[in-house]
Design a binder for this molecule. Structure first.
Ligand code: FRU
Length: 485
């Protein structure tokens, strides 16, 4: 079976929004459905002048339910035009759902390869659909099947290399370990099995979902979303993870891994990443800014789930993935606060803004000229209140913590954290807040933390305070002017 989470999510929420509260949760500059449910990004591609994003979608606002591919297109990856549903269950092999997959340009036509599911999700087969106009798709049926158990065989990600088409597919061994299978084809319809690209050897869960495989700086990065990892200290704290390997591969050779699995993002909500190449050569990654089995408080307002800001990813000299918000966002922002080289003394607090809805706060701490043991940043009604979100830079532990707490909506107090390098004398946090999300890029993208948040309209005051000492801060905050609402 796919996973129990699909069934658990059918349970309705046990809360409603109190009548006295006004909430604004639909994002302004992130992709989200106006109605219904989304999960994984699918079929990301730049084709004929548009960025296309497809998404796992249930058009009715029942959490989960039968999957379709929703469809949106954009010129800047921030403002989205929503198009008719691209793929709905209709054939014997996809009658129980259109699961995740990818898009390619096949002889000039926007072509999708996706997992069709049937037999109560137990049959998962790879299928193709083609469009001449980039909007309407004609299904071409099954192109890849797996011998034996077909219940864990999904999420094809295809690319063209050395005169052939290649596809990686998430799977499970007969011993119930996650693995990624590789296939190749000359025509995109007749595929030959090329073997196991990578497998977990028992340490990385029971299923690898949503594989993505691409080259940066001559290295081949394999991204997977494994299910079944145990929490390990500060790592793997979410139900499922998304992470990457760095290695070497070329057609007809084995994939040799140089650097083992590491999580891409350290927040509460980040899953099922997919990447594609922009026409200018940037590798852009988009992920689901949610996690299976979480509360999805927005569901009571008729929609559920959203995507991350598209991120330009690169590999630094140490083989670490670096993620930066796409530069298109710079053109959408207007500065509204500028604070340069200022000391916040012990027991003082800087309140930046009362109404952070659609904002970027770029903040730099000069640690050489600071004495505090920690720095606390909060988005709350008042910083002293419990409810809300707190970023906590623990200088002694060299870690950045993000804690959120929205008890009205069944969201318990939990934190996530990531190690930060404080030897650099400066710490920069580029914080993107949208109506119900926060994404924090640390030191130019060496670490990222992404979480869903559920403030009401009064809980949007952003403050900064040093703990046990003073801090030297420079800061610019911007409004982001995109309106998908
Ligand atoms: C990952 C996933 C995929 C599957 C899709 C179903 O979140 O479980 O493996 O194709 O979601 O919606």
């Amino acid at each position: 079976m796919l996973s129990n989470c699909l069934i658990l999510l059918m349970v309705g929420q046990a809360f409603s929004i109190p009548k006295t509260e006004e909430v604004t949760w639909y994002p302004t500059y992130h992709l989200a459905p106006h109605k219904g449910w989304i999960n994984d990004p699918n079929g990301l591609i730049y084709h004929n002048g548009y960025y296309h994003a497809f998404f796992q979608h249930n058009p009715e606002n029942i959490p989960e339910g039968t999957k379709h591919w929703g469809h949106a297109r954009s010129h800047d990856m921030l403002n989205w035009e929503y198009l008719p549903i691209a793929l709905s269950p209709s054939l014997e092999d996809d009658i129980d759902g259109i699961f995740s997959g990818s898009a390619v340009n096949l002889n000039g036509k926007l072509t999708l390869i996706y997992t069709g599911v049937s037999d109560n999700l137990n049959k998962q087969r790879q299928m193709v659909a083609i469009s001449s106009d980039g909007v309407n798709f004609e299904k071409k049926g099954v192109v890849i099947t797996k011998e034996g158990d077909e219940s864990y065989f999904r999420d094809p990600k295809a690319w063209f290399q050395n005169g052939s088409w290649w596809v990686v597919i998430g799977s499970q061994t007969t011993d119930k370990l996650g693995e990624v299978l590789l296939y190749s084809s000359k025509d995109f319809f007749n595929w030959t099995y090329q073997g196991v690209l990578a497998g977990g050897n028992g340490s990385l869960g029971y299923m690898w979902e949503c594989p993505d495989f691409f080259t940066i700086n001559g290295k081949q990065i394999l991204v997977i979303s494994p299910q079944g990892l145990e929490q390990d200290g500060f790592n793997y704290q979410n139900l499922y993870q998304t992470g990457y390997f760095v290695g070497n591969w070329q057609p007809e050779q084995n994939y040799t891994i140089e650097k083992g699995f590491r999580e891409i993002d350290h927040g509460h909500d980040f899953y099922a990443s997919q990447s594609f190449l922009a026409p200018d050569g940037r590798r852009i990654q988009i992920s689901w800014l949610d996690m299976w089995e979480s509360v999805f408080a927005e569901n009571v307002t008729g929609w559920s789930g959203m995507f991350t800001i598209p991120r330009e990813i690169s590999l630094n000299e140490f083989g670490d993935l670096v993620s930066k918000p796409i530069r298109e966002i710079i053109g959408k922002r207007t500065p509204n606060t500028d604070i340069f080289d200022t000391i916040i003394s012990s027991n003082q607090m800087l309140t930046l803004k009362n109404n952070v809805f659609s904002s970027e706060i770029l903040i730099e701490f000069n640690l050489l000229n600071s004495s505090c043991k920690a720095i606390q940043l909060s988005l709350k009604e008042e910083p002293t209140r419990d409810e809300g979100v707190v970023l906590y830079v623990d200088i002694e532990l060299s870690r950045l913590f993000m804690e959120r707490y929205y008890p009205k909506y069944g969201i318990d107090k939990t934190n996530r954290s990531v190690a930060i390098d404080l030897s650099l004398s400066k710490l920069s946090l580029d914080i993107f807040v949208d109506s119900s999300s926060i994404e924090v890029f640390v030191n130019d993208g060496i670490a990222v933390m992404s979480s869903r948040i559920y403030p009401n309209n009064n809980q949007r005051k952003f403050s900064v305070a040093p703990v046990d000492g003073f801090v030297n801060v420079s800061l610019t905050s911007y409004d982001i002017n995109v309106n998908n609402q």
